[in-house]
Each structure stands twice: as C-alpha cells, then as structure tokens.
Ligand binder design. Structure first.
Ligand code: ADP
Ligand code: ZN
Length: 295
C-alpha cells in the first residue's frame, strides 16, 4: 500500500511516499516560505502519486479537535503568513484521499512507537530540541491529547545557579524553550550550538534544563522510553550528561531498573534517526485510512 507523508516544519517541509510497514521510497524537501508557495509544492509532489492516504505532522500550535470549526488549522504561530492557516483543508483541495493530521512531535512519537526506539512499548515520550522545543507522548498506546496537544517545550524550569541568561521565550522568558532551545543557546553564548562543542559549560547548562524536562515527564507521564531528537541533540555528549543529571535529580526516588543500570537504554536518540517525523506521518495516514474505513 502506498501512503503519503508530510513533515510540515517551520523551516522546511519534507514530503515522502512510503508503505504501511514504514518503508520510505521517495522524499523531497523544500524550505517553508509562504503558505501558497509551499502548499503549491506539496500539491505538485502528490499530483501523480497514487497514495491511499496522507498524514501530516505539522508545526504548531494546531487545532486537533475534529468537531472544531478550525480543525486542521495552524493557529497562533508567530511565523509570518502561517497564523490561522487551514493547512489540512488546503491539502484536501488537491488530493482526494483521507488525510490524518497531528503535530510534528506527536507524529514523531508515533513513528518511534511503531518502528523506532519505543517499538513494542505502550508508552513513550519524544522530545525535539531544535529551533523550538516540543514533545509528544504516547500513553497506554495512544497519543496524548486533551484540552490541547501537549506543549511541553514551555514547562517551567529551575534556573542553573550560574546561568544569568534572561531567556528568550516571548511568552515566559525563562521556560524550557526560552533557556534550552537552539536559539537560546546561540543568544546566551553568542555562537551557534555546533560552534560550542568544546565549551563544557554550555552542555552542563543544557543538560541541567533538559534533565528537568525528562524528570517531570517521568513523574507525570511515566513513559517507558524517553527519546530526545532535534538539531541540538546532535551534540551526542548531551546524552550521558542528561542521564547523569536525571539520576541525580530523581535521587533514587523512582526504583526502576530503567532509571538505574538501564538508563543508557531509557534516554535515547530516535531509533529512526531523522526519519521519525516522516515515518510518523505514514502512521497518521494509516490510522486515518482505518478510521474512515470504519465509518
Ligand atoms: P527545526 O527545529 O527548525 O526543525 P533542527 O531540529 O535542526 O530544526 O534544529 C535547529 C536548531 O538546532 C538550531 O538552533 C541549530 O543551531 C541547532 N543545531 C543544529 N545542529 C546542531 C549541532 N550539531 N550542535 C548544536 N546545535 C545544533
Ligand atoms: Zn515559553
């Protein structure tokens, strides 16, 4: 079965064709410009492709309530031109197949649960640390949705005592994203993350903030696997540093082998690498097809 996948990011869009088993046969990528131009490229890509359904994992915030008049919209993004944009309906003008829709990080969590690092588990959390911070959680085999989709990038964190950076979230200043996303690192240190590889303080601060997010997730969502992805996590030295800080912060309170000797296998990079989002969009497509077939 051929399925379509769209990873709709604020920086770039990736479109792909794959199967219900997670194979990816073809992909294209283009920068995110105006909605008209970008969605025009998406429509052109799918025009001659015989897919049975498409999944979109989108940057957000998005409206995921099917009964809402703005279901399938990108809602309050500060990204110029994309606020209040009906991305799902726009795609549906061009394709005549079921389209599944969720956030980019929810899609990635789904992909990892189906074919990646959390395969066979009933729960996991996927967090990306890139231009922003976002996370998706699978709880009891389902993506977690509620009043809204989780916005774990904006959780409040305790400040590192040596860190005097004000933070750069326009809403909260020193929330997790304001302190630990790629742009926060760049603003605090005056250089991009990849240029700071050898500065140990940078990664000590970073691990301190990310570990708080992991600890809070462990305590609130109880995921069986924590997957950390995104550009900033290309700094592989962060993994041991985050694991160490998580152990220190939990201080033995949670007595589970996963958080002791097994922690190297508990806090991990995406099993699907950079394909987590696109693979997850295939799962969204597959699920939407199943849902519509039941109706
Ligand atoms: P996006 O979040 O836009 O989808 P990425 O996940 O690639 O994209 O994240 C981009 C952010 O990650 C930028 O702030 C960039 O500086 C940072 N980044 C990318 N590569 C690295 C690296 N090797 N080391 C540290 N930071 C990086
Ligand atoms: Zn914030």
């Amino acid at each position: 079965m051929l399925l379509g996948a769209i990873e709709a990011g604020g920086t770039k869009f990736v479109c792909g064709i794959g199967s219900e088993h997670g194979e990816i046969f073809e992909r294209v990528s283009f920068p995110t410009t105006t909605p008209e131009e970008t969605m025009g490229q998406v429509a052109a890509f799918f025009r001659d492709k015989a897919v049975e359904a498409i999944g979109i994992g989108s940057f957000g915030p998005v409206d995921l309530h099917r009964s809402s008049p703005t279901y399938g919209y990108i809602t309050t993004t500060p990204k110029p031109h994309w606020g209040n944009y009906p991305i799902l309906a726009e795609l549906q003008k061009h394709v005549n197949v079921p389209v599944g829709f969720d956030t980019d990080v929810n899609a990635a969590a789904l992909g990892e649960a189906e074919w990646g690092a959390a395969k066979g588990l009933s729960s996991c959390m996927y967090m990306t640390i890139g231009t922003g911070i976002g996370a998706g959680a699978i709880v009891e085999e389902r993506l977690l949705h509620g009043l809204l989709h989780p916005e774990m990038g904006h959780i409040l964190v305790r400040r590192h005592e040596e860190d005097h950076f004000a933070g750069n979230c326009p809403f909260h200043n020193d929330c997790l994203e304001g302190m630990a996303a790629g742009p926060a690192i760049e603003k605090r240190w005056g250089k991009k993350g990849f240029e700071l590889q050898d500065n140990a303080k940078v990664w000590e601060f970073e691990a301190y903030y990310l570990a708080q997010a992991v600890v809070n997730a462990v305590l609130m969502l109880c995921p069986q696997k924590v997957i950390l992805g995104g550009g900033v996590m290309k700094q592989a030295q962060l993994f041991p540093a985050v694991r160490e800080q998580v152990s220190r912060m939990l201080n033995g309170y949670v007595q589970k082998p996963e958080l002791a000797g097994g922690i190297d296998d508990y806090i991990v990079p995406p099993g699907l690498g950079d394909n987590a989002g696109l693979s997850g969009a295939l799962v969204l497509a597959k699920k939407e097809l199943e849902l519509q077939a039941q109706r």
